[in-house]
Each structure stands twice: as structure tokens, then as C-alpha cells.
Ligand binder design. Sequence first.
Ligand code: AMP
Ligand code: MG
Length: 488
Amino acid sequence: MSNHKIKFETIGLKPEASYLALPSVMYMCLKLKETFRSSLVLFNTALSDRLGLDFSQLSDQEISGIFSGNIEIPGTAALAQAYAGHQFGRFTFLGDGRALLLTEHITPDQKRVDIVLKGSGPTPYSRGGDGMATLGPMLREYLISEAMAGLNIPTTRSLAVVKTNRKVRRETDLEGAILTRIASSHIRVGTFQFAIAEGGKSVLKALADYTLARHFPDIDVNQPYLELLNEVIRRQAKLIAQWQLVGFIHGVMNTDNMSICGETIDYGPCAFMDVYDPKTVFSSIDYGGRYAYVNQPGIAAWNLARFAETLLPILADDPFYAQSLAQNAVETFLPLFRKEWVSGMRKKLGLFNAEDADESLIDELLSVMQKAKSDFTKTFVRLTTDISGLEADPNFSDWTVKYKLRRTHQIQTIEQSVELMKTVNPAMIPRNHLVEEALKQAVENQDMSYFEHLLDMLRQPFAYSEEQLHMDKPNDQMSQPYRTFCGT
Ligand code: AMP
Ligand code: MG
């Protein structure tokens, strides 16, 4: 597409490429080339506004040209990032095999973000893969990442989805698509694993310094790398607690899918739990249940231990001392996670103050829920909106007596307690069967109306509208367990 008429200056994008300052082993520059005629499926105007971008002077075709990599915005320098990762416990060299960092951009509140295309074609890191993505999974990432943002959980965001109008060969021929992802950065635990394995200590140090400057500029300069480790541990403890508190199962917590800045990244086989069962797994390839709901905190600790290992050469000159610093830091993760989780659970129960017996009250609720096969989200909605149903339920009646007594141990009123609960117990989550229905209509019938409606509902999960409460039902008709598939 000819781009001489496009008013690029009206977009307000200030192209930046700070990643290019890293040693060149960490990335490969790529030239964009026009290859196909794309069309715009979704564009996130609210997010674009927040980023300080304005595409209103451009036609849909021009926008889709930009977000498919067919039209190059002057001044941008596209690159693919190198990284490694433990995938299901096995170490592998990876890299952006189907993603492209189009440019960095500074938002109006002076935050640096990456603008990345996912599914934009092969890169030097594609390892035989086609570099493509298909429409269903890209729409799924858009929907679920926006739902996570609505839930106030740190996440990468989705700016656009374009159709490439090319078939992508999977088990059958599928519609090709590209998602535009916005992230505070794409630096992962796996990026550090790559740096030390491929580049050695000097590259590792350059990456650590870059990460500190980009994400943790206020860190104590006396022990910067130890503080980097501690800060990543703190952010992950918060993040994983937030996942657990809404029943989110990431599904593929490989070290290349753990972001250093603490955002949820890589929406492949993720899904939300319906019935409360700690062993819930959705991913079709997670045979051993490694990434089951209950295992997420332990896996995060394992991933952080891998991160700590990468930092050993720069933590201290004495390897034994470095080892002990790393170990002590990693051991803080599970207690920190538990603290975040308990404090989140208190809010879900409308409790403002802390009492020693709260943890057993919480544990007891969860074991009743598990025994009664209760829906995770709905149980908290019932507690929030009308506890009488639970009081009348023989499974919950004993527990509700204790709970109501506990709620009298605070000065806040029941109304205040309910208000608090309504800020943390979503009235609606991306229910698997609703998501499937929306994707089916979008992909098979090219009808985006249900998808857009669902997206609207999920963007404000704490609105507690009648429609949300009605729509958010588990699907009792599902004949077999729900299964998700990795980035197809
Ligand atoms: P993911 O499961 O999306 O985290 O991807 C794991 C690795 O496989 C990353 O290095 C991806 O870039 C790469 N990858 C996934 N799908 C493809 C594909 N279709 N073509 C090339 N590389 C891919
Ligand atoms: Mg990934």
C-alpha cells in the first residue's frame, strides 16, 4: 500500500528504540515488507487514547496496514527479541518466533511501552515455525487480556486485531490474524536466561542495568541486582495472588512467559476456573498438571529461582555468598504470596481488619466450596449480594454462622463491607462457554456483535449489572472438561 498520503504526524507516536542499546546478541533487526492486504477487525480506541495516540485521521485500511507491519511508521526500527526459557521444566533457546517489536513509545504519563505485533510472520528465531497466528486465538487474547485489565490485574494490553486474509495451515486451514500487544516491556525471566547463557556476564549486566533503568529507577544503588531480584519477587507475589483470587489459570507458566515487570503475559491456553477445584487444568498439553491452579504459586517460586540463578555472577564476587543471597531472596516468595493472598481474601469476605483466626475461616470456606463443587466466582457473588442463599445451603450453613459473627468484629457496617466486596469480587469473568460462543460467531460467521458486547461487560466486571449477574453462569451442559490449546 502506498503510504505517501498517510498523515503520520497526526498519530502522536514518538518512536523510540532503547532496546537497541543492549548488546546486539539480544535481538535481531528486521525490515518490514509489504506482503498482503490486511483488514482491521478490532481497534481499542480507549487504550489508544490512554497511550496518547490518535488514529482518527487514518482510514481503517491504513490502521490495519500499520498493525500488520505492511506500512512502516517513519522513524521506527522493528526488531525481534532473543530469549530462552524453561518450557515445562526443559531449557530451550527461543526468541520472538512470531512477534515483532514495532517500536517503543512514551505515553503522556511518561511511561515507556512496547508496541508488538504477534503473528506477523517468520523471524530468525522461528525455528521452523511459520511465524503466523490465527484469528480465534488472537481474538481470545484480546478479550481475556482486556478482561484482566478490567479486573485491575497487571497485564499486557491489546490494541488491535487485523485479519491477514491469508490462510494459516494448522490441522486445517485457518484464517490468519495479527494482534497488537502493548506491554510495559517484554523482558522475561527467559531474557535473563538467554543473556547469561549466550552472552555471559557482561551481557547479563547490561540487561540488568537496562531493566533497572527502565522498570526500577528508584532502587537502592548499594545492592541494585539483589534489589532487582527482590522487586521482581514482590511483583510476582502480588500478581500470582491476584490470579488465584479470581480463579485465573495461566496454563503455560514457562520462564519465557514470566514478565520481569510483573504483568500477565502470553494468553495461550489460559482460562478461568468454574467449579472450585485446586487441581483444575485446562491446557490440552499440560499432561502432568504442572500448571494447575493450585501449583501456580509453587511454579512462580520455581521460575524465580531460575531468575535468581541467572543473577548469581553479578550478585556478589564470592559465589557462595551470591548463592546464599539468591536463596534467601527466593525463600521470601511464598510467604509474600500468602500475605498478599490472605489480605486479598479478607477483602473478598468484606473484612477490613485482620484476626489470627481469619486464615482458618478462609481455608474452611474453600474446603466447603470444594466439597460442594461450588462455582468459585458465583460463591463470592452470593456472599456479596445475598448471603441468605448460602445460609440455607446445608454445605455452607455452619460456615456462614462463623462468618457473620466474624463480620461483627469490625467497626464498619455491613453496607461498607458489601461495598468493599463489590470492588474485588467480579460479577462476571470470561466464562469459558461465553468466550467460545463469542469466538465462534466472530470466526465462523464474521459477526463481531456478541464478541463486542461480551467485551463491554468484561471491561467493567465490578458494575454488578443485572445483565452481568444473569450472563455469568457456568455451563452445566458441558459434556466434557473444557480444554484449551496453546498459541495456535
Ligand atoms: P509461546 O507458547 O507463545 O510462549 O511461544 C513459545 C515460543 O515459540 C516463542 O519463542 C514463540 O515465538 C514461538 N512460536 C510460537 N508459535 C510460533 C509459530 N507459529 N511460528 C514460529 N514461532 C512460534
Ligand atoms: Mg510466550
